[in-house]
Design a protein around this ligand. Structure first.
Ligand SMILES: N[C@@H](CCC(=O)N[C@@H](CS)C(=O)NCC(=O)O)C(=O)O
Length: 185
């Protein structure tokens, strides 16, 4: 097995999915957290001058979603065929659409517009994704969901209520000791 180095700034949510995937796969890796000064010094090793990156066997992968997808593929967590993988991609892309809406929500100053965006996210988009999850058990999408869902709770702390299958899936993931460890870190 390669010796993985997952290099990230001190504070960065972008490695969350990869950390969950490594935990699900039971794969050891070194998590390297660089300070701002260290990051400046190390820029030359980063393909696009940004973190996170994944290093192994003299190779480097940048872009957090490419890193997560690579780890998912390597450890059989991406779906068994092109159709399952496309469904995983579909859900992950939808999750990131929600993340973009959350950014718009966070910046909006007008209380009425802000509330409208919150409702739109909480009552429509999040529910659509949750419904899709009920028919899918792909590690890549699960891991993305788990790492991002913490942010959704800001919008609607009860967003999983009424979705017993998803709640069960979440509980199963959270009950894995390594995933629980990841959430504490
Ligand atoms: N789309 C990239 C974004 C990477 C990114 O914005 N990284 C930030 C840290 S979280 C960074 O390296 N900022 C320092 C810089 O751009 O100089 C990804 O998903 O990996």
């Amino acid at each position: 097995m390669p010796s993985y180095r997952l290099v990230t700034p001190q504070k960065c949510g972008l490695v969350g999915t990869t950390k969950v995937l490594f935990a699900l796969a039971g794969v050891e890796y070194e998590l390297v957290k660089l300070s701002a000064e260290e990051m400046q010094k190390e820029k030359g090793r980063m393909p696009f001058g940004q973190l996170p990156i994944l290093e192994f066997d003299g190779k480097t992968i940048a872009q957090s979603r490419a890193v997560a997808r690579y780890v998912a593929k390597e450890y059989g967590l991406y779906g068994k065929d092109n159709y399952d993988q496309a469904r995983a991609d579909m859900i992950v892309d939808q999750i990131y659409d929600v993340v973009e809406r959350v950014k718009v929500w966070a910046k909006e100053q007008d209380p009425d517009k802000k509330e409208q965006i919150r409702k739109d996210i909480a009552e429509n988009t999040v529910n659509i994704i949750i419904c899709l999850f009920v028919c899918l058990q792909a590690g890549f999408a699960d891991a993305t969901f788990l790492s991002i869902s913490q942010r959704w709770k800001l919008i609607n702390p009860n967003c999983l209520d009424g979705y017993p299958k998803l709640t069960a899936l979440n509980s199963r993931l959270l009950s894995l000791p390594k995933v629980a460890e990841y959430l504490k870190a």
